[in-house]
Design a protein around this ligand. Sequence first.
Ligand SMILES: O=c1ccn([C@@H]2O[C@H](COP(=O)(O)OP(=O)(O)O[C@H]3O[C@H](CO)[C@@H](O)[C@H](O)[C@H]3O)[C@@H](O)[C@H]2O)c(=O)[nH]1
Length: 495
Amino acid sequence: MDFDHSSSNSSIEKPKKLHAALLSSPGMGHLIPIIELGKRLVADHGFEVTVFVVPSQASLAEVEIIDSAMTPMILEVVELPAPDLTAAGLGPNASMVTRLAAMMREARLAFRSALAVMEARPDVLIVDLFGTEHLCIGDELGIPKYVYIATNAWFLALLLHSPTLDKEVNGEYVDQTEPFNIPGCKPVRPEDVVDPMLDRSDQQYREYLRMASEIPMGDGILLNVWEDLQVETLAALRNKEFLGPVANGPIYTIGPLIRPVRPAGLEKELLEWLDKQPSESVLFVSFGSGGTLSAEQLVELAWGLELSRQRFIWVLRKPAVKSLDGSFFNVGKGGGGDELLSFLPDGFEVRTRNVGLVLPSWAPQVDILSHPSVGGFLSHCGWNSTLESMVSGVPMIAWPLYAEQRLNATLLVEETGVAIRPKELPSKKIVRREEIEKLVRMIMVEQKGHTMRARVKELKTNVEKAVTKEGTSYESLRKMKDDCKTRIHQIKKAH
Ligand SMILES: O=c1ccn([C@@H]2O[C@H](COP(=O)(O)OP(=O)(O)O[C@H]3O[C@H](CO)[C@@H](O)[C@H](O)[C@H]3O)[C@@H](O)[C@H]2O)c(=O)[nH]1
């Protein structure tokens, strides 16, 4: 089989393209970067791509993401049947990670069947973090297989080192007094560990350790960062003395993979409002695809925004009930405009009418962030949101809620220097209106905000270079393609 280079009868036959099968776990935070990876493989590296999606709740936003990849037909998207979890034995309090892991496990049969009916077997398999139990399907098909981590290198380092920490640390991680040493990396504070590490007796911890031990079974790891963003951590992940042996393969830095700004992404009314605001004067407030606050925190945030007297756009979601790990999580969008407004202080909308916009549930985030009037982002620090903010040159107020967001927030504040944050973690303690007011003013009008804005603009320039044809991210994906071809030849030879 010839890949991308001329065969003897090249005048008649086109060289065969490499066909990549990508598998996305449920949720927008996973689907968006997988689709973007697919698009990049097609547009820049001449792959054919089929993205297999394990669906979550069908949402308009999800349908839009899938449609945007299919019109024009850049790649094929196959939605697998929604997994039936009745046999999975999940309790009513099963965590999000446990649920995702169970959904992916249950989807294996459907994924195998979908691959079996494909006209031609794919040449390479790429799964995301929750899909590591599907790596064996790559072996069954005799094709190389990779894991795409849709977040950053420090998270990957902690994940890969977690089986070692599991042996070394007694008791709960959050109860330790000293930070955890991760070979060659910035240590991780006990309060910053990822959600699955919060309770070692929970099923999600076992799933997390399993994923950590399965990642090295792949032929390499793709990361949604660019080379200059986390130099030290990436070096540790590649170093034989540090995390190289547990990573067990090449690390490809192929990011940032984020959705492009759409020319008509903003509705007329929103665009007109933004166009009227002074440059970099609007704070965008949003907590990703699933994050939400308690009713009490929502009220404090509303007061904080109002007291700051700064302009804002707030994507408002219904408050949720506190989950077992203490965070607030609400996967559903839910709540129409009036119902949502009832959670805000009386008269908030009227008093802030001239400076603020409240949008229910979901907004065109990438398009808003890239508008010149936006100058700050109060974010839950999901990695896609983080990248979108950096690429738009917008500094952040870090408001981590769950998953690996506490780690991301620390990275942004202490290493990258593009964010400020409340004194206490918002998942631990209500952040009061006075502190919110201060943070908003600090990022929007004070010197600290100007300094961060300058820093994030440096990063923006740096990113723009990384994704050009001469840039490191382009080169990294090209290298992955070359390695992939070599693996295919090795596998063929071995048979
Ligand atoms: O109103 C909205 C809300 C979100 N988004 C988009 O949805 C995505 C959200 O992704 P992200 O910011 O990463 O948040 P989550 O959806 O919470 O992502 C999950 O997956 C990420 C990648 O693995 C992790 O970093 C997060 O912690 C985890 O919660 C981004 O592209 C946003 O632009 C919108 O377009 N409009």
